[in-house]
Design a protein around this ligand. Structure first.
Ligand SMILES: Cc1cc2ncn([C@H]3O[C@H](COP(=O)(O)O)[C@@H](O)[C@H]3O)c2cc1C
Ligand SMILES: O=C(O)c1cccnc1
Length: 385
């Protein structure tokens, strides 16, 4: 068919299956016995049945996924993964790329919004350099896949082996005693100028939504810039042989690399239109789920990571927990695709893990009521008095 190979890497569209190339542990199914025990405990607690609303459902779900019929989410960590994006060359953000590095340093100094919210809700912050441009930032956990990705609007953002490395780095962070192992709940956060463009492209590649439906204002561009950003997302899909808005792999060849993508292969999508921090967060989600640790999704970028994790292994799905409904249009599309009902809407459009951290007190309260409340038997009260 006269295809040319992608310029960046010949192995990017390799025919290995995802499970064959990714080194990661198996994700266990939900523990039905723990879930049943929690469900049976709920009506014994000193409140009219159902009166704690969704907190009751959350407690039962958390029992099933942690395998503990009285779950406790005492130790929480927000993982803030940073990466840079070549697509910023196309003028898609209101801010310069230098903001990624400056904010990474800000996270390490405790000065960002996510630091303040994590402190307020009692969560640790783990700052990860997944591949920002320039030199490594001292004190960040360095799993640098590269110094920023290539411009996805002109061809693959990274090689397939970079995509595998990014996801595996996240899996290792989840398994590491020094980092996430032993944490009761993980919140996903990120930083990377240009990454709402990338999240929009990933969402259009993995769902049936079009770039016009998945693309939003990000850090605050104007309407003309938004129209341009939509075109850049369209370019990214076209340059990578991804049919926009079909959620399907394409037979149509693009003008750019001449190679068609397999949108059923999440690693291929990550390689072509993704980012290093998004791959690392997908790996954190897969690795945490393998450990029965719930993973709270934040805004549109961690939402893209969650979509990728789910496409790599649908067994991750029960471990993904929603937080807020964000302002970026792709976010609602992602949550819908993952069947996640947001807990609240607070007009957040920041990322970093801020919304995911804000949700932690709700999840903790669901567990605390379930675990700590007295039963009707304890207080000697029956329905009939
Ligand atoms: C100072 C500052 C702090 C941030 N914290 C998160 N983001 C958010 O904005 C970026 C994505 O938006 P876009 O795609 O429009 O560049 C990401 O870094 C995201 O985490 C920030 C952005 C800025 C400028
Ligand atoms: O909704 C988000 O997560 C978001 C929006 C704008 C910029 N960064 C993140």
């Amino acid at each position: 068919m006269g295809k040319r190979k992608p310029e960046i890497s010949d192995d990017i569209a390799g025919d290995e299956t995802q499970s064959a190339v990714l080194d990661r542990p198996t994700i266990p199914p939900v523990d039905e016995a723990a879930e049943r025990a929690a469900l049976e405990r709920q009506p014994t607690l000193t409140k009219p049945p159902g009166s704690l609303g969704r907190l009751e459902d959350l407690a039962v779900a958390l029992a099933g996924l942690t395998g503990d019929d009285r779950p406790d989410l005492a130790d929480a960590t927000v993982v803030v993964a940073a990466g840079d994006h070549g697509v910023v060359d196309r003028g898609v953000s209101a801010y310069p790329q230098a903001a990624t590095r400056a904010m990474l340093e800000n996270f390490l100094n405790g000065g960002a919004a996510v630091n303040a919210i994590a402190d307020a809700v009692g969560a640790e912050t783990l700052v990860v350099d997944a591949g920002i441009s320039g030199d490594p930032v001292p004190d960040a956990l360095a799993v640098r896949i590269g110094a920023g990705t290539n411009d996805a609007s002109r061809g693959p953002a990274m090689t397939r082996s970079d995509a595998v490395d990014a996801v595996e780095a996240g899996v290792r962070i989840a398994a590491s005693e020094a980092e996430l192992a032993g944490t009761d709940v993980v919140a996903l956060g990120e930083m990377g100028i240009g990454n709402t463009t990338i999240a929009s492209a990933v969402t259009a590649a993995l769902t049936d939504a079009s770039p016009a439906e998945t693309t939003g204002y990000g850090t605050g561009i104007d309407d003309d810039e938004l129209a341009h950003k939509v075109r850049v997302v369209e370019d990214a899909l076209a340059a990578n042989g991804i049919d926009a808005g079909t959620g399907d792999s394409t037979g149509t060849l693009d003008a750019g690399t001449g190679d068609s993508a397999d949108t059923h292969d999440a690693l291929d999508v990550l390689a072509r239109v993704g980012g290093f921090e998004i791959g690392v967060l997908a790996g954190v989600a897969l690795g945490s789920a393998a450990d029965r640790t719930p993973v709270v999704v934040d805004g549109v970028i961690s939402g893209a990571a969650a979509l990728l994790a789910d496409a790599i292994d649908p067994a991750v799905r029960p471990y993904l927990l929603p937080s807020h409904a964000g302002a970026e249009p792709a976010h609602a599309i992602q949550l819908d695709a993952l069947d996640l009902e947001p807990l609240f809407e607070y007009d957040l459009r920041l990322g970093e893990g801020t919304g995911a951290c804000l949700a932690l007190p709700i999840y903790r309260a669901a567990c605390a009521t379930h675990r700590e409340m007295a039963t009707f038997a304890d207080i000697g009260l029956g329905r009939d008095g």
